[in-house]
Design a protein around this ligand. Sequence first.
Ligand code: NAD
Length: 313
Amino acid sequence: MNSGPRLEGRVAVVTGGARGIGAAISTRLVSDGAAVVIADSGVNISGNDADPAVAPTFAAGLGERAVAHAEDMSVPAAAAAVVELAMERFGGLDIVVNNAAILRDAFIFKGSGADWEAVIRNNLSGPYHLLAAATPVMREQARAGRGGGHWGRIVNIVSTAGFVGNYGQAPYAAAKGGLLSLTRIAALDMARSGVTSNAVAPFARTRVTEMIVPANEAQERYKARAMKVPANHVADFVGWLCSEDARDVTGQLFGVRGRELMLFSQADAKHTTVCADSRWSHDGLTEIVNARFRGHFADLATDLERFNTEPDV
Ligand SMILES: NC(=O)c1ccc[n+]([C@@H]2O[C@H](COP(=O)([O-])OP(=O)(O)OC[C@H]3O[C@@H](n4cnc5c(N)ncnc54)[C@H](O)[C@@H]3O)[C@@H](O)[C@H]2O)c1
C-alpha cells in the first residue's frame, strides 16, 4: 500500500479542518496521499455565526481528494452523515481527527450553565458522537482486511488547559480533560482492530492565540511567544501518528510547540499509604498527609505560566 505517498488510499475526517491547526492537518494528510473530509461549520470562536462557505472554499483549494461537510459536528446526526460521506465519496474511513473546538471563558463564579453545556456539547460530546459513528465502521473494515487489515487512527486534539489549566476555563478545560479520557478508552476498545488512539496538545498561532488579552507583562510575553509558533509542526506530527511507523503508538498524550515535541505523563499514584487500623482517625490522616503527601502536592501553575518560555520555531 505504501509504495506511493505514505497515506495513499487512506480516508480521513478532520473536524474543524478548514481553519487554524485543523487546516494545517487537512493539508498535511492530503499531501501525504489521503482523501480528507473537511468537517467544519465555519463558526466563530464562541461557536456562533456559522459561515457554511468556509469548508467548501478551503476543500476546493486542496483538490479532488478533499470534500467539505459544513454542518455543526456537535449534533449526533452530523457525525453519522460525515461517516457516510467518507464512505460514499472515498470508499472507507481510516483516520478520525477530532480537532473542532470552541471557547467560552469565564471565572467559575461568573460562567453560565448555557455556556458550560455548549462547550461540553461541542468539544466533548461532538468527538464522542463522531467516534461512536466511525468506530463500528473501522472495526468492520479491520475484519474485512481493508488496506492490509487492522489499521486505523484516531487523533484527538486536546489542550494543556485540560490537565494544567488556566483561570476562567472551566468548560473548555473540563471538555479537553474528558477528551483525554475518551482517547484512552478508544485506545483500549479499538486495540484488537489495530486502531490507535492518541491525544495531541498543540500550541500554534491561530485566531485563538490572537484573541488572548494579556492581563500583565508576563502574559504579554506569553502571547508574543505564542504568536511565533506556526501550526505546521502539529500537522507534521499528526501525519506521523497516521503513518505505519506509529502503528503501535496508542493511548499516549503528546504536546507539540513549534519544534518542541513532548510526551506527557498521565495520572498515576505518586505515593500510596495503607492505614494500619481498619478506620482512619482524623489525627492519623493529618499526620499521614503532612508526612507523606504534603511535600509532593501538584502545584497550581497555569498553562500560561508553565509554557512561558521562548519557543523553538
Ligand atoms: N491554537 C492553540 O494554540 C491551541 C492550544 C491548545 C489547544 N488547541 C486546540 O486545537 C484545536 C484547533 O484550534 P485552533 O486554534 O486551530 O482553532 P480555530 O478556532 O482557529 O479553528 C477551529 C475550527 O473548528 C471549527 N469548529 C468549531 N466547532 C465546530 C463544530 N461544532 N462543527 C464543525 N466545525 C467546528 C471552526 O469553524 C474552526 O474553523 C482545538 O481543539 C483547540 O482547542 C489550540
